[in-house]
Design a protein around this ligand. Structure first.
Ligand SMILES: NC(=O)C1=CN([C@@H]2O[C@H](COP(=O)(O)OP(=O)(O)OC[C@H]3O[C@@H](n4cnc5c(N)ncnc54)[C@H](O)[C@@H]3O)[C@@H](O)[C@H]2O)C=CC1
Ligand SMILES: CC(C)CCC[C@@H](C)[C@H]1CC[C@H]2C3=C(CC[C@]12C)[C@@]1(C)CCC(=O)[C@@H](C)[C@@H]1CC3
Length: 343
């Protein structure tokens, strides 16, 4: 059955970022098509095509008759599946580029990650020209680096690409950050502050990430300065990691962490537990709560400049961190201490 042409195809459009992006595109009067391996919401204005980014026949059905593609699909960054990361983020992205060119799609905006330059050591005011991490913090980030390189290298005079690098996205319907933090707090594993608690980090409210993506797509085109470039998109308000996390968990009705633990001690315990997990993997599935990636993110400075986005696409955050935290906590009533999530 022929499907209507659309201004945008959102790959991964049933995810946290994807659904918010679709809602904002519709508000701005664009026509939207979603391609995702699952369906998580209904909207009569959206054409949904359910399929696997890694399957050519699935993607061919979705890619024709669109002007711009947002590629937001990825396995969960908190999953532990190296093979799946590579299959979707690398092989799936290669297939997408091949089919974009086949179908005559002109613009591709990739959702990359600010962590593509992060090696678990302090980054204060990181800019986009920092080198890609030679030792990425995990398999997810390794494949995000490869993915971004593939997309930016695909930019030509007829096919325009760019990458948006968000960091620590939070907001209503976040499936990663807030639910993980609340789960740790509920299990009594949120009593300790890793390190001195004074490491500055970017957390980015979902509406600002969506805004950055739409600006990127609207500025992407023949001869545009945006072509072939990556853009950090943050709230432009670095905050102490533990101040942010404390506001989230106390807002959700749990106690604030009180005691400090030395960063290096926790990091090496996390590495030891990861090695034990790998040794035991043939016999049992044991995933430590505190992985080296999470500990590094929780105990080092890592915040980024979005000056390039401000200059090239007039980006500025729409929602402040304080307002974003308030809106997020209000949206997660069901997970509050004593809420239905406790059942
Ligand atoms: N959540 C965060 O803090 C950050 C996320 N990102 C990136 O933003 C993008 C969106 O992330 P979220 O919305 O948080 O994740 P999410 O897990 O909510 O959404 C990802 C979507 O991709 C879909 N998907 C996965 N594999 C697929 C496949 N083979 N075929 C079709 N669809 C597939 C999933 O079904 C899901 O709906 C990802 O590329 C992620 O790497 C980047 C920086 C930070
Ligand atoms: C207290 C615990 C040690 C941490 C609990 C919260 C964590 C689950 C989040 C804190 C920082 C978040 C984060 C990401 C996922 C969730 C956290 C680790 C990402 C890895 C998601 C994907 C990305 O691309 C990165 C840029 C994010 C970095 C921050």
């Amino acid at each position: 059955m022929a499907i209507m042409d659309a201004d945008y195809l959102v790959i991964g459009g049933c995810g946290f970022l994807g659904q918010h992006l679709c809602e904002r595109l519709l508000e701005r009067g664009y026509s939207v098509r979603v391609f995702d391996i699952r369906k998580t919401f209904e909207n009569e204005k959206i054409t949904f095509i359910i399929g696997d980014l890694c399957k050519k026949e699935d993607l061919m059905a979705a890619i024709q008759g669109v002007s711009c593609v947002f590629h937001c699909a990825s396995p969960s960054p908190l999953s532990n599946n190296r093979e799946l990361f590579h299959k979707v983020n690398v092989e799936g992205t290669k297939l997408l580029i091949q089919l974009c060119k086949w179908a005559g799609v002109q613009r591709l905006v990739l959702t990359s990650s600010a962590s593509v330059v992060y090696e678990g050591k302090d980054i204060k005011g990181g800019h986009e020209d920092l080198p890609y991490a030679a030792q990425p913090i995990d398999a997810y980030t390794e494949t995000k680096i490869m993915q971004e390189q593939i997309v930016l290298a695909a930019n030509t005079k007829d096919f325009y690409t760019c990458a948006v690098r968000p960091h620590g996205i939070f907001g209503p319907r976040d499936p990663h950050l807030l639910p993980t933090a609340v789960d740790l707090a509920r299990r009594g594993k949120f009593k300790f502050i890793i390190g001195d608690g004074k490491n500055l980090v970017d957390f980015t409210y979902i509406d600002n990430v969506v805004h950055g993506h739409i600006l990127a797509s609207e500025n992407l085109g023949g001869g545009s300065v945006v072509c072939g470039k990556a853009y950090n998109i943050t709230n432009d308000e670095p905050i102490y990691f533990w101040t942010f996390m404390t506001q989230i968990v106390t807002g959700m009705g749990y106690d604030a962490p009180k005691y400090h633990l030395p960063y290096l001690l926790v990091y090496f315990i996390a590495v030891f537990l990861m090695l034990i997990s790998r040794l035991l993997s043939p016999f049992c599935h044991f995933i430590p709560s505190f992985t080296p990636m999470k500990v590094a993110l929780a105990g080092t400075h890592h915040f980024y400049l979005c000056d390039r986005a401000k200059k090239d696409m007039k980006y500025k955050p729409l929602v402040s961190l304080d307002d974003g935290i308030r809106k997020t906590i209000e949206s997660f009533e069901r997970l509050k201490n004593g809420g239905e999530g406790d059942s």
